[in-house]
Design a protein. Structure first.
Length: 258
């Protein structure tokens, strides 16, 4: 194709260069907002940024070396996942964590977990099984230590490996989103009382699930996964029980006053 010539050609070339520059800038900005989104999402889910924390766009822009526009775009993406809340003043905070819909979440997690593990037991391949075993070994190593970040990451990796083994990416996507949604609840109400008994229970339940998947037993895998989800729920429930009030003795004078 002939190159543009003359003033008209030079103007067209300038417009093309400008257009290409704007597109490149747009791509850089998109990558920037995505990187901020992914970084902040992980920090929020792992409680490195605590619920209710203020999010200063200017400070975030300085931290990431970006303008405020991609920072705002990242915050909007986080808002769509209910991880960030915009206040009437247009400032933003990390959405406070509540247990108001915990029962709905656990119902959803239970249904998705059972569906995923049934499919994994039916559809698993040798490569998928190897991935699950590797993640289970990683989990065993993590729970032998005291690093909650490592334990949490290893547990997520184990369950994500099962979702891969299911062979259903559509269902797996929603399952992984549900796992992420529950991370703050686990950090606040599960891991603070994650002691020796809880570690041993999770290890044993993971191992039993792996064996059922390996044997190709969807019914057994389903039952074991349901038991696993319930056992985690019981730990969360226990963390919410009164710790002090139940230890007070009720003497006779107090009873008579009632």
């Amino acid at each position: 194709m002939d190159k543009p010539t003359g003033r008209r050609g030079r103007r067209a070339g300038t417009r093309t260069q400008a257009g290409n520059g704007e597109e490149a800038m747009g791509r850089r900005r998109e990558r920037g907002s995505t990187a901020v989104y992914e970084d902040m999402r992980e920090d929020i889910l792992s409680l490195k940024i605590r619920p209710g924390s203020a999010l200063d766009e200017v400070a975030l822009a300085e931290r990431y070396g970006l303008s405020r526009t991609p920072i705002r775009e990242a915050l909007l993406m986080l808002q769509r996942e209910d991880l960030v809340t915009f206040l009437p003043s247009r400032s933003a905070i990390v959405t406070p964590h509540t247990m108001s819909n915990a029962h709905e979440y656990m119902d959803t997690l239970m249904l998705l977990s059972r569906a995923i593990v049934r499919l994994a037991a039916e559809m698993r391949t040798d490569a998928a099984l190897a991935g699950i075993r590797k993640r289970q070994e990683g989990y065993a190593e993590a729970v032998a230590g005291t690093d909650i970040d490592a334990i949490d990451a290893a547990d997520l990796a184990f369950h994500r490996a099962i979702s891969v083994a299911s062979g259903n990416e559509f269902l797996g996507k929603f399952y992984r989103l549900s796992l992420d949604y529950g991370r703050r609840m686990h950090r606040l109400h599960f891991y603070p009382i994650f002691g020796t008994a809880e570690r041993e229970t999770c290890l044993a339940e993971h191992a039993a699930i792996v064996e059922a998947i390996e044997r190709g037993e969807p019914e057994q895998a389903d039952a074991l996964m349901g038991k696993h989800v319930l056992s985690e729920l019981r730990v969360v429930q226990r963390s919410l029980e009164p710790k002090v009030g139940l230890k007070f003795s009720l003497d006779s004078n107090w009873k008579q006053a009632q």
